[in-house]
Write a protein that binds this ligand. Structure first.
Ligand SMILES: [Fe+2]
Ligand SMILES: [Fe+2]
Length: 298
């Protein structure tokens, strides 16, 4: 028996993490008797940082990882993006969890299928203006990158089905529309960014393989209850940025730092109460880690 922990969107650089915070996460994982850690993308913006983090965790727990969109801005070439030469890298590869089950890593991509915008031109224009991924140098269009990845994944899933192996699939992007939020009213303009969240085709592929027992993904920076769709349980509880954490909301509420909650003002409020926030973080970060991981016994 073992226990797998999957965590996405640690964003260690944006969250200003040092080894102190990373050790707190290790402490949580060890207390939970985790025997394998998998990081499902957006661990860091810089590749070097991402690899250092993997090395750090590997010192305590066997660790694998895939890239999210944030690492990809620091990787050159499609071959490196898909098959980065690192022993811990698990994109489009699998490791056995036991004799009946494997952990399969797959970064994935997006094809605009969740978009509310009418034309590809509009979507591409928005991406090149605002979206982080404009920094990623891809050799094909987004729908083509997505399609090529899905074809490669299909081959792997067929192979695993023939071998009668159960699959835990760890991916970065959103595979099902059920996890896409469509806002109304004044927040409606945020719906435009749904174009870059994932691909319905990935979910449709998974539906064809009943041996895929679990799918764990992130990227949305929004947590959902575990949901069973067809034969598969989907889990999404990304860790996210410090100004999105539950602990940050509690810190602001408990200290009555805002009359009504406004996301846009959080960072400046934290800056003016940096010392108190750092103290609060020290004693509550473990709880935040705990609520941002998916544990799977095998
Ligand atoms: Fe992220
Ligand atoms: Fe992401």
């Amino acid at each position: 028996m073992g226990r797998l922990a999957i965590i996405s969107d640690l964003h260690v650089d944006i969250n200003h993490f040092t080894e102190i915070e990373l050790q707190q996460l290790v402490d949580v994982l060890l207390a939970e008797h985790v025997t394998h850690l998998h990081l499902a993308g957006d661990t860091a913006n810089r590749l070097e940082t991402c690899q250092k983090v993997i090395q750090f965790f590997s010192g305590s727990i066997p660790t694998t990882f895939i890239f999210g969109n944030h690492e990809l801005a620091d990787v050159t070439g499609e071959a490196m993006m898909a098959h980065f030469p690192d022993d811990h890298f698990l994109n489009e590869r699998f490791v056995p969890l036991n004799e009946k089950k494997v952990l399969l890593g797959f970064t994935g991509w997006y094809d605009y299928s969740y978009s509310t915008m009418k034309t590809t031109e509009e979507i591409v224009r928005l991406k090149n203006l605002y979206w982080y991924d404009r920094l990623i140098d891809r050799e094909f269009s987004d729908p083509e990158v997505n399609q090529l990845g899905i074809l490669r994944l299909e081959k792997i899933l067929k192979d695993l089905e023939e071998k009668e192996l159960k699959v835990v699939l760890a991916t970065h992007f959103v595979p099902k529309k059920e996890f896409i939020v469509y806002q109304t009213g004044k927040y409606q303009r945020w719906n435009q960014l749904n174009a870059f969240l994932g691909s319905e085709e990935l979910g449709q592929l998974i539906d064809r393989f009943p041996n895929v027992e679990r799918v764990v993904f992130g990227h949305t920076h929004r947590k959902f209850e575990d949901t069973k769709l067809q034969q598969t349980i989907y889990s999404c509880r990304p860790f996210g940025y410090f100004y999105e954490w539950q602990l940050t909301r509690r810190f602001i509420q408990e200290n009555q730092l805002m009359e009504s909650f406004q996301m846009a003002k959080i960072r400046s409020i934290l800056k003016t109460h940096q010392e108190a926030f750092d103290e609060y973080k020290k004693s509550h970060l473990k709880q935040e880690f705990q609520s941002s991981m998916t544990l799977i016994d095998y």
